[in-house]
Design a protein around this ligand. Structure first.
Ligand SMILES: Nc1nc(=O)c2c([nH]1)NC[C@@H]1CN(c3ccc(C(=O)N[C@@H](CCC(=O)O)C(=O)O)cc3)CN21
Ligand SMILES: O=c1ccn([C@H]2C[C@H](O)[C@@H](COP(=O)(O)O)O2)c(=O)[nH]1
Length: 273
């Protein structure tokens, strides 16, 4: 995860001090890109222990189309607690927009089903996109989407090199990025989603490309960042997914196994609400 350390250093060197909605204050740059070849291993930060269980459950919760934190609470995941109302509701956030974006004619669109259809039928399409940024529903969301838009791309097999399958890549546009707390989660989550989709569509793995808009370190994460940068990145772990699961909507927590993850100890930091 040298790429992630490069990003932290880039913000410290080139960032500007900026106020923000939460009143915390940040150092921020506008526009940044990182690329992870998913064949190199699972892109999980190794210079602090990252709570993979929260990442997997959050992704399964998005895929169910859910927007109430009940499922997360049942599974011991508390990362969305601060934003939910007294009934646990977050409004029409990611799950709703991914699985049932409401159209003007009252019909809803399952954007993920559309993605799967395109990948299976017309993998050369340049329109394989999912948007969580639904301007008509932003005001009802407890937190507006940060990972707002993502696109898939299939590179044809290199037949001369003996390849038989296309390679699936994914690019995310994250409009706002809390680099210390949120970004390690976001990278791992989209890498995992890409692996699940590749399995369903019988594709090999390509790259995950992370593109950030307002890419910031909160002013109360600076000591944590210094500690993290003093640590040497270690080999990437492997994330194995149950090869028998043929639909991305059928995965359960037990279908994932993280191997060879030997991170440095966790680093606590307050989340800006
Ligand atoms: N300021 C802010 N940063 C975020 O990353 C963020 C939000 N707000 N709001 C919505 C979601 C919730 N996400 C979060 C929230 C908290 C942690 C967090 O506290 N992580 C700790 C503990 C992990 C755990 O308990 O599972 C960490 O050490 O990574 C991470 C992502 C990502 N998002
Ligand atoms: O998946 C996520 C969700 C949220 N964040 C961060 C980015 C910002 O620090 C805040 C959101 O505040 P806005 O004022 O709405 O931009 O949450 C993240 O990094 N990843």
């Amino acid at each position: 995860m040298q790429q992630y350390h490069d990003l932290l250093r880039h913000i410290l060197q080139h960032g500007v001090k900026k106020t923000d909605r939460t009143g915390t204050g940040t150092i921020s740059v506008f526009g940044y890109q990182m690329r992870f070849d998913l064949k190199d291993g699972f892109p999980l930060v190794t210079t602090k222990k990252v709570h993979t269980k929260s990442i997997i459950h959050e992704l399964l919760w998005f895929l169910k189309g859910e927007t109430n934190i009940a499922y997360l609470k049942e599974n011991g995941v508390s990362i969305w607690d601060e934003w939910a109302d007294e009934n646990g509701d977050l409004g029409p956030v990611y799950g709703k927009q991914w699985r049932s974006w409401e159209g003007i004619d009252g019909k809803s669109v399952d954007q993920l089903e559309e993605v799967l259809k395109l990948l299976k039928n017309t993998p050369d399409s340049r329109r394989i996109m999912v948007s969580a940024w639904n301007p008509t529903e932003l005001s009802k969301m407890k937190l507006q989407p940060c990972h707002a838009l993502f696109q898939f791309y299939v590179a044809p097999p290199d037949e001369a090199a003996g390849e038989t399958k296309g390679k699936l890549s994914c690019q995310l546009y994250q409009r706002s990025a809390d680099v210390f707390l949120g970004v390690p989660f976001n990278i791992a989550s989209y890498a995992l989603l890409t692996m699940m989709i590749a399995q369903e569509c019988d594709l090999d793995l390509g790259d995950f490309v992370w593109t950030g808009g307002d890419t910031h370190i909160y002013s109360n994460h600076l000591e944590q960042v210094d500690l993290q940068l003093s640590r040497e990145p270690r080999a990437l772990p492997i994330l194995q997914i149950n090869p028998d699961v043929k639909s991305i909507f059928d995965f359960k927590y037990e279908d994932f196994e993280l191997k060879n993850y030997n991170p440095w100890p966790g680093i606590k930091a307050p989340v800006a609400v």
